[in-house]
Design a protein around this ligand. Sequence first.
Ligand code: NDP
Length: 287
Amino acid sequence: MLKQTTKQLHVGLIGDPVAHSFSPRFQQPAFDALGIPARYELWHTPASQLVERIRSLCEPDCLGANVTIPHKQAVLPLIDKIDPLAARIGAINTIVHRDDYLYGYNTDAQGLLHALHEHGLGEMHNQRVSLRGHTAILLGAGGAARAAAFALVDAGIEQLIILNRHLERARHLAADLLHYYDRPIFSLNDPSFLIPRTSSIIINATSLGLHEDISPLPVETLEQFDPDTFIYDMIYNPSQTYLLCQARLMGFNTANGLSMLLYQGALAFTLWTNQPAPIEIMRSSLM
Ligand code: NDP
């Protein structure tokens, strides 16, 4: 539990850019609701100022930070203690300042699993989501895809297919996963490759859809997938990407990345404060 204090505390988002972020929208109401005198700030940090910024997190009034593009990997060597899952993923999105040390975590991974569970996938045992019996197609092999891949395999997914424009990157991720997990994990980039229609989850972790009206799926149509396939797009702004629009028109169950944003933020809040996050307050502030 955070020590009772009336002193103003600080926590913020480190990235470049940060102005577009939705995080203050739902983190600040959470601190306010619990009466924690903390301000969630936007800390625009070009790469040249990253070391100095991370050093500033050791100030006594700082709880820690979130980290976003492009620094999630670059902060790793600047952190004292790295959570094993974050180390495997190779990216940190949450830093906690505790007892004069900086601890690094990746809450994107568990955030995605909690989001999928909220959308009716998998089962929850002891606060952990199990995806046993599911197979997934993961689109992308960048930072967010790495977090998703480790989360899915950690949750017991039966089979994972990683599709990425640059095959080398997908191969690299598959090899990293196979180092830790004994599962069928495949990497591809060939659009003509037969993608199993029985995949129960498709996750877009590419940035395709942020601006362009094209699908990140290298198939002509979604028709080849079972009607009960769940299609999740990590992008939340725009709220309906081309992929989600197509999928919805065809009757698939879909969701955008707002739920992942909410849960990764809630997990970060608990790490900073040692208190359960007021999830409904965060959700209504975000929506
Ligand atoms: P990265 O830059 O690390 O990765 C980008 C990915 O998109 C790579 O796989 C890249 O493929 C692919 N890509 C980019 N442009 C194209 C293109 N023109 N055609 C095909 N593939 C392309 O970004 P992140 O992993 O950090 O973020 C990915 C997405 O996830 C973003 O939209 C981000 O907003 C979202 N996100 C959402 C979160 C949430 O809480 N909802 C959390 C984190 C991220 P290649 O390797 O071939 O270049």
